[in-house]
Design a protein around this ligand. Structure first.
Ligand SMILES: Nc1ncnc2c1ncn2[C@@H]1O[C@H](COP(=O)(O)OP(=O)(O)OP(=O)(O)O)[C@@H](O)[C@H]1O
Length: 215
């Protein structure tokens, strides 16, 4: 369980998160919803440990392995990597940078590629992928990391129904494996399937709709 209390993040004079308190349980998908600029990515960055809050507390993250997938629009489109290489980078957190992947890592890459339905394009350059394929590759990389905490920023935005279904199934499977999953989304249908929905309005949290354990 990760518990955040009274989290505030300021960028200069502007307040991106305003005294947000919430908890995130294992085996549960939490959807973060809210308008553009409401603070969803900021909260993900704090949970990922990329951004230190101006004030407030985070408890329970010690020892957690974090896998974070940013919005695909902020990931360079021209990464000079094949899909397999990108997905293999997910093992670096455990192996260290630039180390050769073990047979076990290569298996994990293969499994992740298959789960996301992109095994057939594994040797293709990332720059030659469609938006939906790129999103699947980024998520496959996160699967290889086997995070205790999986943070996803708008993983299904702009994708067709089939790609969304694949990604949503994988998200559910990761929660069922025991991960704490937090997904920022603008898709009402994706938010509906989450075990917990947190609505941010201009950096403030509205009362959550409940915390049933997701399946
Ligand atoms: N690096 C930054 N410097 C200054 N202000 C920032 C920075 N990053 C975010 N902000 C501001 O913080 C607020 C929250 O932004 P954030 O990206 O968390 O929103 P969001 O809910 O993820 O939006 P979107 O749905 O558009 O992705 C916005 O007002 C934004 O302009």
């Amino acid at each position: 369980m990760i518990v955040v209390s009274e989290l505030t993040v300021r960028y200069g004079a502007s307040v991106a998160l305003n005294r947000v308190s919430a908890s995130f349980a294992e085996q549960t998908v939490t959807a973060l919803v809210g308008h553009n600029g409401s603070g969803k990515s900021t909260l993900l960055h704090v949970l990922a440990g990329i951004l230190r809050p101006t004030s407030g507390r985070i408890e329970g993250t010690l020892g957690q392995r974090v896998a974070y997938v940013p919005q695909r629009t902020v990931v360079g489109e021209n990464l000079p990597l094949t899909v397999r290489e990108l997905v293999g980078m997910g093992a670096w957190q455990r192996r260290g940078l630039w180390r050769r992947l073990t047979a076990h890592d290569r298996d994990a890459v293969k499994v992740a590629l298959t789960r996301l339905g992109i095994a057939d394009i594994a040797e293709r350059q990332m720059s030659a992928l469609s938006g939906g394929q790129r999103q699947r590759a980024l998520l496959a990389q996160a699967l290889v990391q086997r995070g205790d905490l999986l943070l996803l920023d708008e993983p299904t935005t702009g994708l067709d129904t089939q790609a969304r279904a694949v990604i949503n199934d994988v998200i559910d499977e990761e929660a069922a494996r025991g991960a704490i999953v937090v997904v920022a989304t603008h898709e009402p249908l994706d938010a509906e399937r989450a075990g917990q929905t947190l609505t941010l309005t201009a950096g403030c949290l509205r009362m959550p709709t409940d915390t049933a354990v997701s399946a």
